[in-house]
Design a protein around this ligand. Sequence first.
Ligand code: FES
Length: 102
Amino acid sequence: MRDWIVACAVGDIDEEDLIRWDHEGHAFAIYNTEEGFFATDVMCTHEQQSLEDGLVIGTVIECPLHQGRFDVRSGKALSAPVCVDLKTYETRVEDGKVFIKL
Ligand code: FES
């Protein structure tokens, strides 16, 4: 069964930015985009690089190491060298908090 877990407050993430969130040994990236909040795994699927220092452009995250890009809404790999999609997680906002479904 999957549960909704509070990850952070809405105000914890600047607009067009992301934070890393660690939960039970797993690291997630939570994004505040022009289309709302989204969550993915924090590790790039190309090499062992965290996306937390990456650049958020609209609803796209650009990896800081080789500039591969993913759509944070779907996790879809958009540009070389990434070709494996990121895992995504459902999010919702309630009472000023961002919840992730795990
Ligand atoms: S490690 Fe992310 S694009 Fe290479």
